[in-house]
Design a protein around this ligand. Structure first.
Ligand code: PRP
Length: 184
């Protein structure tokens, strides 16, 4: 979906598709360098938001990218801050002794990732690293190590490139701040 298709619903554009794809290319070069000579890492996407980023990032890599997916959910509404996470769909792959690269669209509080890293490490992964397109430093409640970061953004309601509001805007070709009249 193009920006002009929903222009009146956006407050402002933070990142264009071109800026995002350029950054994903840069990150792909770094990942290729870091894993040179090793078995390719398993890319783990966290549904649903990460699908768009994982797709573009995987296409930017110059090796065969193996992918797997997890769906997780915090228990109930309003309890996200508890950091308690439930697995709705688990990985298909056995990650014992594998290098794993989690691909996320956004790190908000950091609670999802902090739980996920520990969970994947406890399965015997050789390494667990993180690639995140976006991070909101002002919203973070726990420190999460991020080896490959796209952009730090302000703590505002953003949509696009996988990020939704009520399941809409995920396929927007940009990251944008949603206009207040849309959600208030
Ligand atoms: C988003 C995002 C991360 C998580 C980050 O997913 O994709 O997985 O929130 O938030 P945190 O750092 O505060 O834990 P969401 O729960 O909105 O689900 P979705 O990807 O299906 O939209």
């Amino acid at each position: 979906m193009r920006i002009e298709d929903v222009e009146g619903e956006l407050d402002r554009i933070l990142l264009t598709e071109e800026e995002i794809l350029t950054k994903l290319d840069e990150l792909a070069r770094q990942v290729e360098e870091d894993y040179k000579g090793k078995r390719v890492p398993l890319l783990v996407g966290v549904l649903k938001g990460a699908v768009v980023v994982l797709s573009d990032f995987a296409k930017a890599l110059n090796f065969h990218a193996e992918m797997d997916f997890m769906a997780v959910s915090s228990y109930g509404h309003g309890t996200k801050s508890s950091g308690v996470v439930r697995i709705l769909k688990d990985l298909d792959a056995d990650i014992h002794d594998r290098d794993v690269l989690i691909v996320e669209d956004i790190i908000d509080t950091g609670l999802t990732l902090s739980w996920l890293i520990e969970n994947l490490e406890s399965r015997g992964a050789k390494s667990v690293k993180v690639l995140a397109l976006l991070r909101k430093p002002d919203a973070m409640k726990v420190h999460v190590p991020v080896q490959y970061l796209g952009f730090d953004i302000p703590n505002e309601f953003v949509v696009g490139f996988g990020l939704d509001y009520a399941e809409k805007y995920r396929n927007l070709r940009a990251v944008a701040v949603l206009a207040k009249h849309v959600y208030s």
